[in-house]
Design a protein around this ligand. Structure first.
Ligand SMILES: [Zn+2]
Length: 268
């Protein structure tokens, strides 16, 4: 769950910017994007215009190295984590830029950051996240997340069999108040709640609302439609509206959350 912002220009996610540059020619079905492998080859051509037929790209399951480049017997060869198979064109372009640009330039750093953001936000990358530890710490100074979760479960989700493990983030975060993470099949999913909210000046109603929102992700899975991940489907939003005092919680968020963040991070 992200903090509500009143300006929208800078909020646009990179992955939502759809580029038309890679649509197939008019003889093919209009609007069908090229496969990732073709986009990668086109991007590589910008760095190696002379070797367009010599590119080799392999998708891997490697979860520690997302992408690497090597030169083998005159060929440029990329190994790319298969999560990028479903990446939008601009992410693939950044991936190639990152691999081919000199390291430690601003452009290379910016590309790296955008790529890591993409991976972190990709709902089908459970195995890439397992480096992070499951939520450890449900008991905060003011709010006990397991107790809040269980209360919400009994009221709103009595049928949920294997509820997510819930805990506070280790550090205060600025933008993301709650995060639901899908773990590999058969394992309990995770919910992290921003430690920022474990404060006396954050009303319980708001914490409950954030936990409720994240529990909804357990019920309404993310899916892909038209090249985009849909996290908050109409059914999700419909059920969200059933949260008691939803408007009060959202109003509090808009009016007070920034001040709480500033108070929590103020250096004495
Ligand atoms: Zn959400």
């Amino acid at each position: 769950m992200k903090k509500t912002k009143r300006t929208s220009s800078s909020l646009k996610l990179r992955s939502e910017v759809h580029s038309n540059n890679y649509l197939k020619s008019s003889s093919q079905k209009k609007g069908t994007p090229l496969p990732a492998i073709d986009i990668l080859k086109l991007e590589m051509k910008r760095f190696h215009p002379e070797e367009s037929s010599q590119f080799q790209i392999r998708f891997t399951n490697n979860s520690s190295t997302l992408a690497s480049k090597s030169y083998k017997s005159g060929r440029v060869s990329l190994r790319v984590q298969k999560i990028f198979k479903e990446a939008p064109p601009e992410i693939l372009a950044l991936l190639v830029s990152f691999l081919f640009l000199p390291k430690n330039t601003n452009d290379s750093r910016a590309a790296k950051k955008a790529l890591l953001d993409f991976v972190a936000n990709c709902p089908r990358s459970p195995r890439l996240r397992t480096k992070s530890r499951p939520p450890q710490d449900p008991e905060g100074a003011y709010y006990h997340l397991e107790m809040l979760r269980d209360e919400l479960l009994s009221i709103h989700f009595p049928e949920m069999k294997d509820p997510p493990t819930i805990g506070w983030t280790s550090k205060i975060q600025k933008r993301v108040m709650g995060k639901w993470l899908e773990t590999p099949k058969g394992e309990t999913n995770w919910i992290f709640i921003n430690r920022l909210l474990d404060r006396l000046d954050v009303p319980e109603l708001y914490v409950r609302y954030v936990v409720y929102h994240e529990l909804l992700h357990e019920v309404f899975p993310t899916y892909r439609e038209g090249g985009r991940w849909i996290r908050h489907s109409p059914e999700f939003r419909e059920k969200e509206r059933q949260f008691p005092q939803l408007e009060i919680a959202r109003k509090w968020e808009i009016e007070h959350l920034n001040a709480v963040y500033l108070a929590a991070t103020k250096k004495n």
